[in-house]
Write a new protein. Sequence first.
Length: 174
Amino acid sequence: MQTDNELKVLRDKLAGALIGVVRGVEGNIPEAKTDEAIIHGLQIYARTGEAAHAQLNADIEGVFPVESGKDSNAREAIVIEAEIDKLHEEKFRLVPDCATCASPCGRTFDYDMSSDSDPETIATKAEILRRTAKLAAEGVEPGSEEMNLIYMSLYSIGYYDRAEDLAMCLEKLF
């Protein structure tokens, strides 16, 4: 049985994997396949958590068979873990040498959402992520201007570590 706290940790890992893919794109023009992976990951992020249990469970009933008796947190964990795996596959497709590098530099590492300690920084990153996930959930086309906004938003979460810088990003991006 997954606890709410364990589910939050998984959602943070999903967000970190999304930022890892964005870091893998840095310096390149993203392909539609990468855009689609990020959009889907954000949609999963937007649809998991306390407010979305019922809809998610209805949507995944036939897609991810789960043993009867498993709770909705266990179902969400299965979906989130599968999505993290898909995002890692996409990242390593973009930067294949990173998967086997003998001395990793960390440039494309998944972002650790628990690395921040300042409450204001945490709250601002959470708000950027919430708005970015909402944008993806409303429907974004690969290669669109909104997709550029998504890349910038996710990159800013992994790049800036001061609440003031993040607040400026939030204001400029949304």
